[in-house]
Design a protein around this ligand. Structure first.
Ligand SMILES: [Zn+2]
Length: 476
């Protein structure tokens, strides 16, 4: 192993982890802060003292990435890494797929064990592997950017102590990550989707999203997304395929290659090729269903499109975090949030306080106080006097509303209420256009309302119909 060059905060994390007397430490550090570099430094020091290190990773990409960086022995199913002279020698280091170890009765000895993506280790089979190491006397070090399981359960069962790295906000201030330009240009098309398993039902999202496929791609283009390497998060594979068609149609107009879809069906070699091509600029847009949520390392990505609404704050951070890394020529991340996630969870870079029992309470408090610019859809803190992107005046009417969804309180900010009203307004304008078209073409009187139902998956209210008729008359 050649010595890694540590940033000041990474050096600080290394000393904090080493100084901790706890048997298991959870290291919390923002996405893009370079956790692998910290593991590498800790591993070098441990092996120099004669210790043995095991690095656990939950997926093939992470095993490969860690092996390319750190070297050592690999345990992953039937996989055998090809001998590579460029790869560092690392005696005493093993990099293992945690799923492979969970299926075996024996695991390599260790004095120091890393659990990458530690939030996944509340799952029983992963937890058994980690607990066995803890029980054997090894020191367990978990690393995560999102110290909550996707279902919100804390990690207190496995870890005794938290070592906290800098927040994304601090990393941006010091130039280690890029700032985020949040835009929320799409209305609440997910509103009618039922919840299942604590989040939006994905099949329901797929159905509801059919009305806004073109809108999502259009908003991305309106905001200049086509000039940026872009990663789009969809709800399902079918949704991803349809979105890719819409994005490809716009990319074609700009003379750019079509969007590509990557799901868990995509072979690892193709995934790597997609990553390399988006990184080199040969590919402009990738649509995925969360398989890239962790471990997809393409720092060039400077635009994230969220087309999958989620109640999971961790999922939101993981997806948005894919665009925070710095790269040559990259000045910021454009977050095109067509899923209401920024208003639901707060700004991507908002600092949070870590608590091993879960973070819902503090986190929920942080969500209040955002607003969306009516002119440019920028999401910003309510305390600012005007939109920081275009200077437009702050929208009025920010009285707070709290709604309970499946036992979880969702705070509606003034901006979200506004976004809902704005979306309803756009639907009324659409209805007015159909009423006019119907009159011109001699449709049956109910036909515009049926079309409204077919497009927006709900019937127009009496008020909306009255309003649409007035609009239709006014423009006739
Ligand atoms: Zn604005």
């Amino acid at each position: 192993m050649s010595a890694p060059v540590l940033r000041p905060y990474q050096l600080d994390l290394v000393s904090k982890v080493e100084a901790s007397a706890s048997r298991s430490v959870l290291m919390v550090s923002a996405t893009g802060s370079g956790k692998t570099t910290v593991y590498e430094a800790l591993a070098r020091r441990e092996t120099a003292r004669g210790g043995r290190v095991v690095i656990l990773a939950d997926r093939e990409e992470l095993v490969r990435q860690a092996h390319d960086r750190i070297g050592g022995t690999v345990i992953m199913g039937s996989y055998r890494p090809t001998p590579d002279v460029a790869r560092p020698e690392a005696p005493g280091v093993t990099i293992a797929s945690v799923a492979t170890l969970a299926r075996r009765s024996e695991a390599p000895d260790a004095t120091l064990v890393f659990c990458d993506e530690a939030h996944l280790y509340a799952a029983s089979s992963f937890r058994r592997v980690a607990e066995a190491y803890r029980g054997s006397g090894a020191k367990l070090v978990g690393g995560t950017a999102t110290p909550a399981r996707l279902d919100g359960q804390g990690l207190g069962l496995l870890f005794d102590e938290v070592v906290q790295g800098p927040s994304a906000e601090e990393l941006i201030r010091d130039g280690w990550l890029v700032p985020v330009d949040h835009r929320a240009p799409s209305g609440p098309w997910w509103e009618s989707v039922k919840l299942s398993g604590g989040d939006f039902d994905t099949a329901g999202l797929e159905a509801a999203s059919s009305a806004v496929l073109r809108d999502v791609a259009g908003r991305w283009q309106d905001l200049g997304g086509e000039s940026r390497p872009t990663l789009v998060f969809a709800a399902t594979k079918a949704h991803a395929a349809k979105l890719a068609d819409e994005f490809s149609a716009l990319l074609f107009l700009h003379g750019l290659p079509p969007a590509e879809v990557v799901t868990d069906d995509t072979p690892a070699a193709v995934r790597r090729s997609v990553r390399d091509r988006i990184q080199s600029g040969a590919l402009r847009c990738v649509v995925t269903v969360g398989v890239l949520g962790t471990g997809f390392d393409a720092p060039a990505i400077s635009c994230i499109v969220m087309a999958r609404p989620t109640l999971s704050w961790a999922l939101y951070l993981q997806q948005g975090g894919r665009g925070l890394r710095t790269a040559p020529g990259k000045t910021d991340l454009l977050l095109v949030d067509c899923a209401g996630n920024s208003l639901r969870h707060g700004l991507l870079t908002k600092p949070f306080e870590v608590n091993l029992e879960g973070l819902t309470r503090k986190h929920r408090r942080a969500v209040a106080g955002l607003t969306t610019c009516r002119r440019c859809f920028r999401v910003y803190e309510w305390t600012l006097p005007a939109c920081p992107a275009c200077g437009a005046a702050k929208p009025r009417g920010a009285e707070r509303k709290v709604r309970e969804v499946d036992g979880q309180l969702i705070e509606l900010t003034g901006a979200q209420q506004w976004a809902e009203r704005a979306a309803a307004g756009a639907q009324v304008r659409k209805l007015a256009a159909w009423i006019r078209e119907g009159e011109e073409k001699g449709w049956k009187p109910a036909a515009p309302m049926a079309r409204f139902r077919g497009t927006f998956s709900r019937w127009a209210t009496r008020d909306e119909i009255e309003q649409a008729k007035r609009l239709a008359r006014a423009s006739a």
